[in-house]
Design a protein around this ligand. Structure first.
Ligand code: NDP
Length: 340
């Protein structure tokens, strides 16, 4: 069984050379309580970079990744052997698996693993995107953290990405005015012409983010869904309206340590009574079925488009992961391993 490991701790921008494909023996007969899954889709998630650093984010929330060792990651696959009553051979599952061909897991409360219904009519890949953690993050971050009201003005960064593309569409469904920023003109076109954003712009073509936001939001921003941090967060705060809400979802521009770290103007926050709330999708784990149930309904009704960017084969994992930090992906980045 092949797996992808980091060769060493990763600092700065990740590149293909930071990774290697290794081989490990699989224990084909699970022990009591264990389940063996053949992985079909592997999720590429920006937060993994923080786990790869020498001083990983483990002191905050997640375990560090050890060079040379397997990497646990979200994925979807098929049960090939089970010594656990809840799962049988042929079941299709989505949850915490790994960047590897086969994963042996032990179901436990608090670890996300869903068994998909045989009647499931949506593509399996959607369980890594809109029906997986991206959907849960977008739904919880927008509806639970920001509580949008019709007519409010919403700004989304990394708007063509997996989370951002859903946030913008969800905000439109809530009756908001939505503007997104993204890093290429093709992404901007997608937001405006396919995903129903009211407006969008290429932030790489804007010499000054503060004046760009003043232009796109002449009446100010009520909600900022932040996926990137850095200068974009500082600029958004300068355009926020009184009682504005900021959902701090991710600060990808700061993960690579090459970008500018946001220094929010706290007087701005005080005078405008802005709420800035960091949140973690896993905090909403108990409501996963509720959120993804609603999202699934919207997808079937054609109200939400799911954008996915799928690479092929284990060898493509390093470049697929690095793509997230080069802005090479459009929508949910994942790798397909096996065919189903
Ligand atoms: P995306 O699909 O959005 O992929 C990452 C995108 O970020 C890239 O395509 C790129 O788009 C943009 N980007 C990369 N580097 C920079 C940079 N230096 N400055 C600005 N934009 C950059 O990933 P996800 O949707 O999976 O994740 C989006 C954010 O949400 C991340 O910060 C992630 O860590 C966070 N997250 C948080 C969760 C939580 O529980 N709080 C859960 C899941 C994700 P572009 O071309 O537009 O620059």
């Amino acid at each position: 069984s092949r797996y992808v490991a980091v060769r060493h701790h990763v600092e700065g921008l990740p590149s293909e050379d930071d990774f290697e494909v290794k081989v490990a023996k699989v224990r084909w007969s699970p022990e009591s309580g264990e389940v063996l899954v053949r992985n079909i889709y592997l999720s590429m998630d920006p937060y993994q970079l923080n786990r790869m650093k020498r001083r990983s984010a483990s002191h905050l929330a997640v375990d560090g990744i050890v060079p040379g060792e397997r990497i646990d990651a979200y994925g979807a696959g098929e049960v090939v052997a089970s010594a656990c009553e809840e799962y049988k051979e042929g079941d299709v599952v989505a949850g915490v698996l790994g960047w590897e061909d086969y994963t042996l897991f032990r179901p436990s409360p608090g670890v996300l693993m869903s068994k998909l219904a045989a009647s499931d009519d949506l593509p399996l890949s959607h369980h890594l995107s809109a029906l997986g953690t991206s959907g849960m993050t977008a739904y919880a971050g927008l509806y639970e953290v920001c509580r949008p009201e019709p007519g409010e003005k919403v700004f989304v960064s990394a708007a063509s990405g997996s989370v951002g593309s859903l946030v913008g569409q969800f905000a439109k469904l809530a009756g908001c005015y939505v503007v997104g920023c993204a890093g290429t003109n093709a992404k901007v076109n997608l937001l405006k012409n396919k995903l129903g954003f009211d407006d969008a712009f290429n932030y790489k073509e804007e010499p000054d983010m503060k004046s760009a936001l003043k232009r796109y939001f002449p009446d100010g921003i009520d909600i900022y869904f932040d996926n990137v941090g850095g200068e974009t967060l500082e600029a958004a705060l300068a355009s926020m309206n009184t009682h504005g809400r900021v959902a701090l979802c991710g600060v990808i521009s700061e993960y690579t340590d090459v970008g500018h770290r946001a220094v929010p103007d706290m007087l701005e926050v005080i005078y405008k009574r802005i709420t800035i709330r960091g949140f973690f999708a896993w905090d909403f784990l108990t409501r996963f079925d509720e959120f993804t149930g609603v999202i699934g309904h919207w997808i079937r009704q054609g109200k939400v488009q799911v954008i996915e960017d799928i690479s092929d084969g284990m060898e493509s994992v390093p470049s697929a992961f690095a793509a997230l930090f080069r802005g090479d992906n459009i929508g949910k980045k994942m790798v397909k391993l096996a065919y189903k």
